[in-house]
Design a protein around this ligand. Sequence first.
Ligand code: COA
Length: 190
Amino acid sequence: MLEVTFLPFPLLYTQRLVLRQITRQDAKEILNLRSNDLVMQFIGRPKMTSVQEAESWIEKFDISLAQQEGINWAISLKGNNTLLGTIGFWRLEKEHFRAEIGYLLNPDFQGKGIMNEAFEPVLNYGFEKMKLHSIMANVYPENKSSIRLLEKNGFQQEGYFRENYFHDGVFTDTSVFSLVMDNADQNITN
Ligand SMILES: CC(C)(COP(=O)(O)OP(=O)(O)OC[C@H]1O[C@@H](n2cnc3c(N)ncnc32)[C@H](O)[C@@H]1OP(=O)(O)O)[C@@H](O)C(=O)NCCC(=O)NCCS
């Protein structure tokens, strides 16, 4: 069984980015992100409508972090603390050493390789620190940039589900992508 601890919160760095803990001070940016039509078009969740909702969302993830059930990083540029996006692991299946990755980026910052840059330390953290064996992503088949991002990072499509999501009165297809750790690199016990 996978045993994870997210304490102390792991700060991650790349050439341009700092990946840090999300706090209540980020509520306005979380609302901006999760109420944006472009960002939410392939997410399949209701759009946020108030700062209070954003604060509850942050609180929910704080609890999940404290209970070692998931982790979410704020993506910000070095030298500017503003949250531009989020990335993290949720839906941990500890008995299978598996988790789902989720990520969102402010449209003003899309197409600049930012999420691709954030992926590297997050995937490394998942495999090396959390000791995951596989990481999955659930994607709408029309979400070309997300699929491109996943494939660039070695994810392969493993499943295609017809109309398995119901959102906003519509049934939608989804694809499951996953990245499996190279066995030679892993040393786990049951
Ligand atoms: C998906 C998302 C995180 C990508 O972030 P990003 O920082 O813009 O991605 P990157 O700049 O690293 O680029 C991703 C790749 O997709 C490509 N791409 C972008 N739009 C594309 C499109 N419409 N069709 C095909 N490829 C596309 C880019 O060219 C790039 O590939 P390249 O480096 O080979 O040129 C961002 O678009 C986003 O937040 N979308 C809304 C939320 C979302 O859908 N999250 C994922 C849920 S599964």
